[in-house]
Design a protein around this ligand. Structure first.
Ligand SMILES: [Zn+2]
Length: 142
């Protein structure tokens, strides 16, 4: 069976069940179709046809990132790229190297690396500005 959405000259819409598209044309040509609201007989079918039960969710509403979110992600990626290109990775030596730089025992430069939360707290208490990944602000680096 096919469900056609039908419309009469007065634009009343209703559904009709037919065995096939040919069945619709046949019934229409024999004047068997009429609008249930105004009894008009010049019935046309709309383009949408449903087979069997109604279709599921309409397509085209897939989750797209909102523009603002996409821009934010892009900016964050650019920031991370920037940091990666402009800092020296000292890995697990980060806390020690940060101290050396802070005390001018090592070359002044931007570094990145690994530190535990405890180490980060200690560095901050010593007045060494560190920022947790992934949003280091360059001006905070010594
Ligand atoms: Zn009608």
């Amino acid at each position: 069976m096919i469900v056609f959405e039908l419309i009469c000259p007065d634009r009343h819409r209703f559904e009709g069940w037919f065995a096939s598209s040919d069945d619709f044309e046949s019934q229409k040509s024999r004047g068997l179709l009429s609008c249930p609201i105004c009894s008009g007989s010049s019935i046309e079918k709309l383009l949408t046809a449903k087979i069997g039960k109604p279709e599921a969710e309409p397509a085209g509403e897939k989750a797209q990132p909102a523009p603002a979110q996409a821009a934010l992600a892009r900016n964050l990626n650019e920031l991370i790229d920037y940091v990666l290109l402009n800092t020296e990775n000292v890995g697990e030596d980060f806390p020690a190297e940060a101290r050396r730089i802070h005390h001018k025992e090592a070359a002044q430069r931007n570094i990145r690396g690994l530190a535990t939360g405890e180490e980060t707290r200690e560095l901050l208490e010593e007045g060494i500005a560190v920022m947790p990944w992934p949003v280091p602000r360059r001006k905070d680096w010594h």
